[in-house]
Design a binder for this molecule. Structure first.
Ligand code: FAD
Ligand code: NAI
Length: 466
């Protein structure tokens, strides 16, 4: 008989949620994690530390720029970067300890070390001291996550040429930070360091920022970030970066080909995407292979190998913590014989810049490509009373609804706190709500959430000034 019902490999949002769910369903479960702490990329070097620095740097900029002064608050803030980093580390530690607590509470065994599959139903774990143990199990859930995609010619040393982990722990504010890649990491961490005083130049291969994001939304964000002082070199590729005592010298060419130019920086952040992580996992011992987007699985998270399941960043779909969490719960419920599934049409996406960007469902470009007739309802925050009172009128809410049925198909927002507001439309879309449904619902006044209703009203041309 197998010692475990489930062994989960990886202790990130995919892995720890799967393990906790398995514990809750009464399964005998172990979670194998190679890091010193639980929580994976998200808690240790991703979502959480980046949000800690975004929050702190936002307040610093508000206090040091015109914003506080406009409100009649005169202060002269002084940056204490060491303390800013220390409070980030403290919060991260509290969060990772929180997962340890949840493991104990739900009878999940945390097996420390790197896991390797060794044939059907067997996981070999190698601890930091080289000690090995063999876990026998009925089911294996792979949740090994992702790692930064390397850029040929630009070697990450995490001293001057950084990946996101290095950019979360710099000992000083860069004078000139060059960010390669105008995606989520580049814009969030670029924002942190710009707010703290760095000149930031973002070099992007494509002719736009944030590929995949609704076009109008991406343009609005780029305009806002440019106004704040971030500069963009779109349609450009970095071909080499040489790190020396004087800093880093980058060679940049137009993506379409042409003359190279040199750009100097004291720090460079490489953020051109992440790739699935399966190194040393022993996939070949159960006949599994990967493609560019990681491990192959069906919509029930089953790999072609019996009783081997896969969830999170290491398999297809958006690389987001809440997507990994959803897959974790559904995967374990499936193992328990329940009928559960992830609704991939309703996975929200947030960029935690200022203004924030939040979206869910289809973009206008996707609907056009699908040939699906739709109506647009849009409401700017300049017409929202709470936004006006707070002097935070940048951005809008845009609702895309099916022209025939009025069902909400996509929502895109730019503005402060939209990360907190997108949840309303996630609920609406899960219940297949129409724009009219939202338009009929009373929202509190004065709040920014009134813009959600007004945009829905505007789908039928009936928005009012809030
Ligand atoms: P991971 O969190 O990567 O966890 C995998 C774990 O498996 C790791 O701890 C790793 O050590 C362990 N592991 C790997 N191989 C083995 C092995 N063989 N044996 C034992 N352990 C192993 N997403 C959001 O939704 N919101 C955000 O705001 C956000 N911000 C981010 C900011 C940054 C800077 C980064 C880099 C990412 C961010 N993400 C964000 C993405 C998010 O972190 C990932 O989508 C999420 O962590 C994926 O969870 P996962 O469990 O699939 O993998
Ligand atoms: P990304 O995929 O968001 O953006 C990468 C950008 O780099 C793209 O714009 C791409 O066109 C560009 N690029 C690719 N190759 C290039 C090259 N050679 N030169 C210049 N530009 C190049 O990837 P990113 O920012 O690294 O983030 C990885 C993932 O982490 C995200 O896709 C997201 O899933 C997750 N994440 C989520 C966050 C959130 O939810 N708020 C925050 C941070 C990360």
């Amino acid at each position: 008989m197998s010692a475990y019902d489930v062994v989960v490999i990886g202790g990130g949002p995919g892995g720890y949620n799967a393990a906790i769910k398995a514990g809750q369903l009464g399964m005998k479960v172990a979670c194998v994690e190679g890091r010193e702490t639980l929580g994976g990329t998200c808690l240790n070097v991703g979502c959480m530390p980046s949000k800690a620095l975004l929050h702190a740097s936002e307040l610093y900029e508000a206090a040091s720029g015109k914003e506080f002064a406009t409100l009649g608050i005169q202060v002269k803030p002084k940056l204490d970067l060491a303390q800013m980093m220390a409070q980030k580390t403290e919060s991260v530690t509290a969060l990772t300890k929180g997962i340890e607590f949840l493991f104990r509470k739900n009878k999940v065994e945390w097996v420390k070390g790197w896991g390797r599959i060794d044939g059907a139903g067997k996981v070999v774990v190698t601890a930091a001291d080289g000690q090995q143990q063999i876990l026998e199990t009925r089911h294996i859930v792979i949740a090994t996550g992702s790692e930064p995609t390397p850029l040929p010619g630009v070697t990450i040393d995490n001293k001057r040429i950084l990946d996101s982990t290095g950019a979360l722990s710099l000992p000083e504010v860069p004078k000139h930070l060059v960010v390669i890649g105008a995606g989520v990491i580049g814009l969030e961490l670029g924002s942190v360091w710009r707010r703290l005083g760095a000149q930031v130049t973002v070099v992007e291969y494509l002719g736009r920022i944030c590929p995949g994001l609704d076009d109008e939304t991406a343009k609005t964000l780029q305009r806002a970030l440019t106004r704040q002082g971030m500069s963009f070199k779109l349609g450009s590729k970095v071909t080499s970066a040489k790190s020396g005592k004087a800093g880093v010298e980058l060679s940049i060419e137009p993506a379409a080909g042409g003359l190279a130019e040199t750009l100097k920086a004291d720090y460079v952040l490489v953020a051109i995407g992440r790739r699935p992580y399966t190194e040393g996992l022993g996939l070949e011992t159960v006949g599994l292979t990967t493609d560019a987007r990681g491990m192959l699985a069906n919509e029930r998270h089953q790999t072609p190998a019996p009783n081997v399941w896969v969830i999170g960043d290491v398999t297809s779909g958006p690389m987001l913590a809440h997507k990994a969490e959803d897959e974790a719960i559904v995967c374990i419920e499936r193992i328990a014989g329940q009928a559960a599934e992830v609704n991939y049409n309703v996975i929200p996406n947030v960029i935690y810049t200022r203004p924030e960007v939040a979206s869910v469902g289809k973009s206008e470009e996707q609907l056009k490509a699908e040939g699906r007739p739709y109506r647009v309802g849009k409401f700017p925050f300049t017409a929202n009373s709470r936004a006006k009172i707070n002097h935070e009128t940048e951005g809008f809410v845009k609702v895309l609804a099916d022209e025939r049925t009025d069902e909400v198909l996509g929502v895109h927002m730019v503005g402060p706190s939209v990360s907190e507001m997108i949840g309303e439309y996630c609920v609406a879309m899960e219940f297949s709500a129409s724009a009219e449904d939202i338009a009929l619902i009373c929202h509190p006044h004065p709040t920014r959430s009134e813009a959600l209703r007004q945009a829905a009203m505007d789908v039928h041309g009936a928005a009012m000034q809030a």
